[in-house]
Design a protein around this ligand. Structure first.
Ligand SMILES: [Zn+2]
Length: 187
């Protein structure tokens, strides 16, 4: 991890996916013999990996882990990117570009939800890798680091950009308990 991207473990709202302690069935169950093709997206499973190559002869239909996550609405990355109306288009463009690049190389890395909000954009990804790549791209483009918060044995990452200032001083946000914010220890 880049030193400019720091991890924090507090200051996040509890959200979907948290508390669901489990192994990651999306990757683990993917290891199987033979070849397969996902009926949802056309990704091809061959020799233990998912690729975009042509469908091999005799490939059986196997739902890929990314389509499974989308169907079950279980993201691996949850990103909240703050921005005003002015730079929202820029943020959307950045997410689209990074996804296009990563998805071409890694079929299981996709954006599954992309929502514009009054105060920025909200993104869910099917892979932790893509979420980290988006965080890296934001840092390079805007010279501001993101905060990454891992959970579920690093199978879920929450990204908040820009990272809240160190040592508290969080602006009160919707859904953040004022008492909790007030009792944050000073750095
Ligand atoms: Zn698929």
């Amino acid at each position: 991890m880049s030193s400019a991207v720091r991890s924090v473990s507090r200051g996040f709202r509890r959200g979907r996916g948290e508390g669901r302690e489990r192994q990651d069935p999306y990757r683990r169950d993917a290891k199987r013999a033979g070849s397969g093709c996902c009926p949802g997206c056309g990704a091809v499973y061959l020799r233990g990996r998912w690729t975009w190559r042509g469908r091999p002869f005799g490939a059986q239909a196997i739902e890929c882990p990314a389509c499974e996550r989308i169907r079950e609405r279980t993201p691996a990355g949850i990103l909240r990117l703050d921005g005003d109306a002015k730079n929202r288009a820029e943020l959307l463009g950045l997410v689209h570009n990074v996804e296009g690049r990563e998805r071409a190389l890694h079929p299981l890395e996709r954006v599954m939800v992309l929502r514009e909000r009054r105060d920025g954009i909200y993104v869910e990804t099917t892979g932790v890798h893509l979420a980290r790549r988006i965080a890296d791209a934001l840092r390079r483009s805007f010279h501001e680091a993101a905060a990454l918060d891992f959970a579920l044995g690093e199978e879920l990452v929450r990204v908040r950009w820009p990272a809240p200032p160190r040592g508290g001083a969080l602006r009160p946000r919707r859904g953040t308990s004022p008492s909790r914010a007030a009792t944050r220890p000073k750095a």
